[in-house]
Ligand binder design. Structure first.
Ligand code: XMP
Ligand code: MG
Length: 180
């Protein structure tokens, strides 16, 4: 599995350090707000579980699974809810946690869905931001790393379902796509 990686962009230690930094900031910003932290499945699950351990104030967690029809390396604009939230967001301070914001299509749809549900506030924390490919006007309030315009895997991010369990984020070798 490690042999399929061309280059490691962010090591386990880099990710831990940036997650701690984000958690400290979120702790300050949400001190009296008891936020509802929403993990967008599946990619964000590793980041979210590490992030909440760096948030040192009351928070709840919930999960939303969104499918976006597209090929293996790109989302489409067509987004469907596979699993909705268990909790109500009404009156809540919501923090959406994403693995990566690429074109912004997924996040735009999530924001649109939540906008009808009367949250007190909705903010976004992403581990990775790839602004080079942005099509929609969505900007994360908290972001770990700005990634170059490459398809990345690891730490939750997959290619055809694999590589999510890599403890780092890296760039796949082009020949891996060629095989599929
Ligand atoms: P959009 O384009 O909707 O993308 O902002 C968000 C979702 O697309 C997936 N995505 C990636 N997954 N490596 C991945 O493993 C990438 O470089 C990448 N770029 C986009 C991902 O599921 C993300 O939530
Ligand atoms: Mg995703």
């Amino acid at each position: 599995m490690n042999n399929d990686i061309k280059e490691i962009l962010y090591s386990k230690e880099d990710i831990a350090a940036v997650t701690k930094k984000l958690g400290t900031q979120i702790t300050k910003d949400y001190a009296d707000k008891k936020p509802l932290v929403i993990c967008i499945l599946t990619g964000a699950v590793l980041f979210m579980t590490d992030l909440v351990r760096e948030i040192d104030t009351y928070c709840e967690i919930d999960f939303m699974d969104i499918s976006s029809y597209g090929d293996a390396t790109e989302s489409s604009g067509q987004v469907k809810i596979i699993k909705d939230l268990d909790k109500s967001v009404e009156g809540r301070h919501v923090l959406i946690v994403e693995d990566i914001i690429d074109t912004g299509r997924t996040l735009e749809k999530v924001m649109e869905l939540l906008s009808h549900r009367d949250a007190a506030s909705v903010k976004v924390c992403t581990l990775l931001d790839k602004p080079a490919r942005r099509e929609k006007v969505v900007t994360p309030d908290y972001a770990g790393f700005e990634v170059p315009n490459e398809f990345v895997v690891g730490y939750g991010l997959d290619y055809t379902g694999f590589y999510r369990n890599l403890p780092y984020v890296g760039i796949l070798k082009p020949e891996v796509y060629a095989e599929n």
